[in-house]
Ligand binder design. Structure first.
Ligand code: BGC
Length: 332
C-alpha cells in the first residue's frame, strides 16, 4: 500500500457482475512472508532467508495460511516465453513446499511487477507467460492448500479501465494447467477497501476477491520512506474517535460488497510499520481484527519478520501482544 492511499476515492456505485462463485476460501489467520522473495537477493531488504522452521513456528502459533509475495518479473526474460530463472523457480518451489509440509495453506502471488502498473496491457503477455510457468510448476500441489494471486495491488495505470483485460490472459494461462484452483485478485488503487465498490473480476467460479487494509494510512505508514518524499510524520497515535468511526465505516463497505456480490473477500495485507511503538501496533491490530472478524474475512498480517514484524529475528521471539491482537493464543 503506498501513496495512492492518500487519494480520496469516491466509491462510485456500480452494479457488480453476477458471478458464479464458490465458497469463501478458508484463509483464517494468515501472515505474509513479506520482503523475502521480492528482492533480487533473498533477504536483500534487511530480511533473512526463509527456512522450514519459520513455517513450523507460524503453524504452531495458530496461523492457518501464509501469503508468499514473489517478484517474478525481474527474474524472468523480457521476451516470450518469458522464461523464469530456473534457480529462482527452484527456490520458490522449495519455500512453497516447506509451507505446505508445515500443513499451512499458501497464497502464492506475483508482487512488484512494476512495469505492469505503468503499462498494463503492454505487459499482460508477460504476466500470462510467467503464470503459464508458475501454474505448471505447482499444478500437482493440493488445491485445498495452494492458491494463486495474479498480481499484487494494481495501481498507477493498472485500474478498472484495463484490469479485467490485463488479467484475463494470465487467468487463462493458469486455467490451462489448473482448471479449478482458487485464484485471487484485488482491485485498483492498491486494492484498498474502496476498490471493492467497483471491483470487476473475470467470470470464473474459482476466482476470489482480495483487498488490503492500512487505514488510517497516516498511522500505519508513519515514517515510511517508500511512500514518497513526505511520508506521514512519526508519532501519530491510533485510537481517536475518528479512527473508530472510520473503522466502522470501512467494515460497512466490506459488508456492502458481500451483500451485493455474495462473495467474501480476503484481507490480504494489514499492519502498521514499526516506526509506531509496539503497543500502538497491538492496539491497531486488535481494533482491526475485532471489527472485521465477524464478517468472516480471512486476514493476513503484513508481515512475518521485516518492517511490520510479528517475529523478532534478533531476539528469536514473537513480539509480545501481536498474536493476541490477531486473535491467536499468546503462549509459546
Ligand atoms: C509492499 C511492501 C510494503 C507494504 C506496506 C506491500 O504490498 O510489498 O513493500 O512494505 O505493502 O506498504
Amino acid at each position: 500500500m503506498k501513496k495512492a492511499a492518500f487519494a480520496a476515492i469516491l466509491a462510485l456505485s456500480v452494479s457488480a457482475p453476477a458471478l458464479a462463485h464458490s465458497d469463501p476460501l478458508p484463509v483464517g489467520a494468515c501472515i505474509n512472508m513479506g520482503n523475502s522473495l521480492e528482492p533480487m537477493q533473498e533477504g536483500g531488504w534487511g530480511g533473512q532467508d526463509i527456512v522450514p522452521a519459520d513455517f513450523q513456528r507460524i503453524k504452531a502459533a495458530g496461523f492457518e495460511t501464509v501469503r508468499i509475495p514473489v517478484r517474478w518479473s525481474n527474474k524472468s526474460a523480457d521476451e516470450a516465453p518469458y522464461t523464469i530463472d530456473p534457480k529462482f523457480m527452484a527456490r520458490v518451489t522449495e519455500v512453497v513446499d516447506a509451507a505446505l509440509a508445515a500443513d499451512l495453506k499458501v497464497m502464492l502471488n506475483s508482487h512488484h511487477f512494476d512495469e505492469i502498473h505503468k503499462d498494463p496491457l503492454g505487459n499482460a503477455d508477460k504476466l500470462a507467460g510467467m503464470w503459464t510457468q508458475i501454474a505448471a510448476q505447482f499444478a500437482d500441489r493440493p488445491e485445498d492448500q495452494l492458491w494463486f494471486e495474479i498480481e499484487n495491488e494494481p495501481h498507477e495505470n493498472f485500474n478498472n479501465s484495463n484490469l479485467v483485460a490485463t488479467i484475463t490472459p494470465a487467468l487463462a494461462a493458469i486455467r490451462a494447467s489448473n482448471p479449478t484452483r482458487a485464484v485471487i485478485m484485488g482491485g485498483e488503487f492498491w486494492s484498498g477497501i474502496d476498490s471493492l465498490a467497483t471491483l470487476d473480476l473475470p467470470d470464473d467460479p474459482n476466482i476470489h476477491p482480495t483487498f488490503h487494509y492500512y487505514e488510517p494510512f497516516d498511522f500505519t505508514h508513519q515514517g515510511a520512506s517508500w511512500v514518497g518524499d513526505k511520508p506521514p510524520p512519526v508519532g501519530r497515535l491510533y485510537g481517536t474517535q475518528a479512527d473508530a468511526e472510520r473503522l466502522e465505516a470501512d467494515v460497512a463497505k466490506l459488508q456492502a460488497y458481500m451483500t451485493r456480490t455474495g462473495m467474501t473477500p480476503i484481507m490480504g495485507e494489514t499492519g502498521a510499520y514499526d516506526k509506531a511503538p509496539l503497543e500502538q501496533r497491538v492496539a491497531y491490530h486488535t481494533a482491526v481484527t475485532e471489527a472485521f472478524a465477524p464478517s468472516g474475512v480471512g486476514m493476513c498480517a503484513w508481515a512475518y519478520a521485516n518492517t511490520f514484524p510479528f517475529w523478532d529475528h534478533s531476539k528469536g521471539e514473537w513480539l509480545p501482544g501481536l498474536r493476541a491482537a490477531f486473535g491467536l493464543p499468546e503462549d509459546d
